[in-house]
Design a protein around this ligand. Structure first.
Ligand SMILES: Cc1cc2nc3c(=O)[nH]c(=O)nc-3n(C[C@H](O)[C@H](O)[C@H](O)COP(=O)(O)OP(=O)(O)OC[C@H]3O[C@@H](n4cnc5c(N)ncnc54)[C@H](O)[C@@H]3O)c2cc1C
Length: 475
């Protein structure tokens, strides 16, 4: 697609990265072409437009009735991402397609459902249309399920140098950078440089930080020493930095204590009650002025809502869209919000639902099943979130679980539950099979077979890489 477009508008090539195309690039290219059209057929049925096919969007798609509606789904990616397992792609335990499913496959199972791989640029609620680079589209009902983006809390320096983990390309970047740095650790005599290469700092002690720290420490214990026999892996340091006094702040105290204890035993250096002040790509400076030299700062310290242009300010709070108990954005008639982006306050959840997959899934199903009734003016029951508990894994046979009924436990039983839950909620049978095969392989062989640098990635400003890149160019 990129190649085809470049033939049409060669003058735009200087602005376009051909090595790292992303949805924004594709949109900006398309904007330059005036003969684009969304090509959505006319329909006598009311049209539902869905923005975003993550957990919320996909479950709405699955449950919406094709007899009652024409449905048009926009997503800037052509696949659904199972974000809870991204860290396993980043640490070579899973291949990327094991946690992603093509959206067209899901959508093609329903009649008069259409997919367009485009970012929705704005909502024009006064005339019930959305705008994309390929044109505008009218809607009768709009469902906004576009999730969150990584939050760097306004620190542009950290944003420039840190590695986020939100989408599959982020996970692949991380995997490539980690493996590539270790390749370089093996070809340098500079001890200081090697230490810097072998130090990894994770920021954010939520499930992603904890799971990633555990996975990295297993790579250090079981795999890297075999892969790089000339390197002393007792020099590899993994830091986990969290601003609050405990890990997994959204889970119970027991889960926090257990995860801290397990990670400590696995050799992860915990820095609780500690904020990161700055990072210039080489040195992390913590609030207490401690300095850690590293080329790899993995940022999972927070997310912020993706508010699309055109939505009224009074519909938002803390970068999320305020909804009533039917998922309808307050003050609108026909615009709904689901999942992470939705802020539905209730007595039980005065700050809204947690930003995890289950509220998105349950809201998606709720709205998909009830939209026909809403359209026919029939009153519907309010949405009620069923909390199924929280889980986080720390490593082989180690996890923590907070389940309904005040059940709090850890270790192998929690780990088995974690495995079953994650396999169950993968988007397709193929994904489940792939993940299971990989996990069984990893478990019995102590191996993580996806240690491949398919698409080299290194943050461009790392001094260590500059030397190697320049040498490769020269000779
Ligand atoms: C690394 C990581 C680990 C996580 N681990 C867990 C976990 O262990 N357990 C758990 O329950 N939850 C976990 N979560 C959170 C969980 O993934 C989210 O709560 C869930 O994905 C929210 O679903 P959603 O449908 O609201 O948004 P998302 O799943 O984020 O989907 C949003 C979709 O919208 C699309 N989009 C965005 N903007 C636009 C636009 N303008 N136009 C078109 N499309 C757009 C995106 O491409 C995406 O497909 C994790 C999240 C991350 C990032």
């Amino acid at each position: 697609m990129i190649l085809l477009v470049s033939l049409q508008i060669p003058c735009a090539t200087d602005k376009i990265s051909f090595t790292k195309p992303n949805a924004l690039t594709i949109n900006s290219i398309m904007k330059a072409i005036d003969h684009l059209s969304l090509n959505i057929p006319d329909s006598t049925k009311p049209r539902v437009v869905i923005i975003g096919a993550g957990f919320g969007g996909v479950y709405a798609i699955k449950t919406l009735n094709s007899k009652d509606f024409q449905v048009v789904v926009f997503d800037e990616r052509n696949y659904h991402t199972f974000q809870p397992l991204l860290y396993q792609v980043a640490t070579a335990a899973l291949q990327p397609d094991a946690i992603a499913g093509p959206l067209r496959k899901i959508i093609s199972q329903k009649r008069d459902f259409h997919f367009r791989m485009l970012r929705v640029l704005s909502v024009n609620h006064q005339n019930n249309t959305i705008s994309t680079a390929a044109g505008d589209l009218r809607y009768d009902y709009l469902i906004i399920a576009n999730g969150m983006k990584t939050n760097f809390f306004g620190n542009e320096e950290i944003k420039k140098h840190a590695l986020p983990l939100k989408w599959i390309p982020d996970a692949l970047n991380l995997r490539s950078q980690l493996l590539q740095l270790f390749e370089w650790a093996g070809i340098t005599d500079d001890i200081g440089l090697r230490r810097k290469i072998m130090t990894i700092v994770l920021v954010g002690g939520g499930p992603t930080g904890v799971e990633m720290a555990g996975a990295l420490s297993e790579l250090r214990k079981y795999i890297f020493p075999k892969d790089y026999p000339g390197i002393d892996f007792s020099e590899m340091q993994i830091y986990l930095v969290e601003g609050l006094p405990r890990l997994l702040p959204a889970m119970s105290e027991k889960a926090s204590e257990r995860s801290a204890k397990d990670l400590g035993k696995m050799g992860v250096i915990l820095k609780l009650n500690t904020m990161v002040e700055s990072y210039d790509g080489k040195t992390v400076i913590l609030k207490d002025q401690e300095k850690i030299d590293t080329y790899t700062l993995i940022w999972s310290a927070g997310v912020a809502g993706n508010i699309i242009n055109g939505l009224e300010k009074e519909w938002t709070e803390k970068n999320r869209l305020l909804t009533d108990v039917n998922c309808r954005i307050k003050g609108t008639k026909n615009i709904f919000a689901l999942g992470d982006i939705a802020l539905m306050k209730s007595d039980e959840y005065p700050k809204g639902h947690p930003g995890v997959a289950q509220p998105a899934i349950q809201m998606g199903k709720y709205l998909g099943r009830n939209l026909s009734a809403i359209h026919n003016g029939v009153s519907i029951k309010p949405f009620r979130y069923k909390d199924k508990g929280s889980l986080a894994t720390i490593g082989r046979g180690k996890a923590v679980a907070d389940l309904p009924g005040n059940l709090r436990f850890g270790g192998r039983p929690a780990w088995w539950i974690w495995l079953v839950v994650h396999v169950t909620f993968l988007i397709s049978f193929r994904n489940r099979l792939l993940v299971l095969i990989n996990w069984i392989w990893n478990y019995f062989t102590f191996d993580k077979a996806n240690r491949l640098i398919i698409r080299p990635f290194i943050k461009k400003d790392l001094e260590v890489t500059k030397e190697v890149f320049e040498m490769n160019e020269k000779y």
